[in-house]
Design a protein around this ligand. Structure first.
Ligand SMILES: [Zn+2]
Length: 163
């Protein structure tokens, strides 16, 4: 797979890349995941929208093994992402109407856009900040918890009025 593309040329020619990437190829994502054998499938498609603007569409699917922040066990997380990008030269940004493109992120025109890095960014941004099992599926045991919170004033009344 070509890791770097000329994104302007890619869009103008309506090109497409689809491939499978192992998690071990994503340096930053590795820290957040348990199983480096996991992989994702992606499709990157270039096209011109109805305003003749250059766009990219990125779809990513896969399952990652995250780490539950409550029990530290494996947490299977399904990824199903679709992102749109509008390729803009910096000089054009001034007359840009954000509302027209709510579903699109801006991306700079580049002769060497890093495809892997773009995919990794999208996945990382989509991940929960503190992934957790649903409570009935979590391996976390209440008995492992710190002792019940101590309520220092629980018996205060009793003490005060003891006599
Ligand atoms: Zn858990």
């Amino acid at each position: 797979m070509e890791q770097h593309i000329d994104n302007i040329d890619f869009s103008k020619k309506s090109r497409e890349i689809r491939d499978i990437i192992r998690l071990s190829d994503f340096k930053r994502l590795q820290d957040l995941c348990l199983n480096l054998e996991d992989s994702i499938v992606f499709v990157l498609r270039g096209f011109e929208n109805k305003y003749k603007e250059l766009c990219l569409e990125l779809s990513i699917e896969g399952k990652l093994s995250l780490i539950c922040q409550r029990c530290s066990e494996k947490l299977e997380h399904t990824i199903f992402l679709k992102s749109g990008f509008l390729i803009k030269e910096e000089t054009q940004l001034t007359d840009f109407e954000v509302d027209d493109y709510a579903d699109y992120d801006l991306i700079e025109g580049s002769a060497k856009m890093d495809v892997l890095s773009l995919i990794e960014d999208e996945i990382i941004l989509s991940l929960p900040v503190a992934p957790k099992h649903e409570s009935d599926k979590c391996h976390y045991k209440k008995t492992d918890e710190m002792p019940d919170r101590i309520h220092p004033f629980a018996d205060l009344k009793q003490k005060l009025y003891k006599n």
